[in-house]
Ligand binder design. Structure first.
Ligand SMILES: [Zn+2]
Ligand SMILES: [Zn+2]
Length: 262
């Protein structure tokens, strides 16, 4: 089956759930999948191991793996990643030490001049080490896998919108997306759609975002008004989980969907 057909199934499933953001639903599923890859048997695949050694993990994904209770798997993987990080830092640090030695040997006048302009090999190497250390903390095996799969999903979503009338109806009846995914969907429309379909998609998305943000805003307002004793006995309506849904609408996946919200 071509990839676009394989990707169709999770997209339709996510839209069927009809949550505040189907793209967050997709991301949730991908995150679980790649956490399993990282901690599970796939770790034995040399290619994956090379990737996790190089990329490491962001704080969120280290924390989720720590919570998964597969401590030995986490320890083994982190051990080789740590050794990789240590080796690469050592290389940059050695270069800095060399530059420091050269700096100490220079005469004080030249040293003062290059200190003022930050142009000496010492300052350059100091910055190189800083950038390198930052770079090593900025990558994440799971984030990057999720990112590239989501880019593919967005393309497939546009393709579905173009080709499948029933998906167009599903899309128009959805609750829009979170504000983190909103620009990504707009950009996907710019990239993957054209002509009248593109205009229709963008118009539908604008309407969806407006009406659904209004809905969430009203729900949140009623949540606050329920604290007024005069409203104590009035029904909650849709407002019981308004705080959770608003946070998720603003930032996406703040409160996990299995804690009672969608
Ligand atoms: Zn989202
Ligand atoms: Zn990550």
């Amino acid at each position: 089956m071509p990839q676009v057909h394989l990707d169709t199934i999770p997209i339709l499933d996510a839209y069927r759930e009809n949550g505040e953001c189907p793209l967050c639903t997709l991301e949730d599923a991908l995150e679980k999948q790649f956490l399993d890859v990282a901690l599970g048997g796939a770790m034995m695949e040399p290619d994956t191991r090379v990737m996790t050694n190089e990329k490491g993990f962001c704080a969120r994904h280290f924390s989720l793996m720590y919570g998964a209770q597969n401590r030995l798997s986490l320890a083994l993987m982190t051990h080789t990643h740590l050794k990789d990080v240590m080796a690469s830092l050592q290389k940059e640090e050695a270069a800095l030490k060399k530059a420091m030695e050269a700096e100490k040997k220079r005469n004080p006048v030249a040293r003062a001049a290059s200190s003022a302009t930050k142009s000496s090999p010492f300052y350059k190497q100091l910055e190189a080490l800083s950038a390198h250390a930052e770079g090593r903390s900025d990558t994440c095996f799971i984030c990057e896998r999720m990112e590239s799969t989501m880019a593919r999903y967005l393309e497939t979503l546009c393709h579905l919108y173009k080709k499948d009338e029933s998906f167009r109806a599903t899309f128009a009846a959805s609750k829009g997306v979170c504000l983190r995914h909103y620009p990504r969907l707009l950009r996907a429309a710019a990239r993957c759609l054209s002509g009248a379909t593109q205009m229709e998609f963008v118009q539908t998305l604008l309407d969806l975002q407006r009406s659904n943000l209004q809905r969430v805003e009203k729900d949140l307002e009623w949540f606050t008004l329920k604290f007024d004793y005069r409203n104590q006995d009035k029904p909650w309506g849709e407002s019981k989980d308004a705080v959770e849904r608003t946070l998720n609408k603003l930032q996406g996946r703040v409160i996990p969907s299995d804690s009672g919200t969608k």
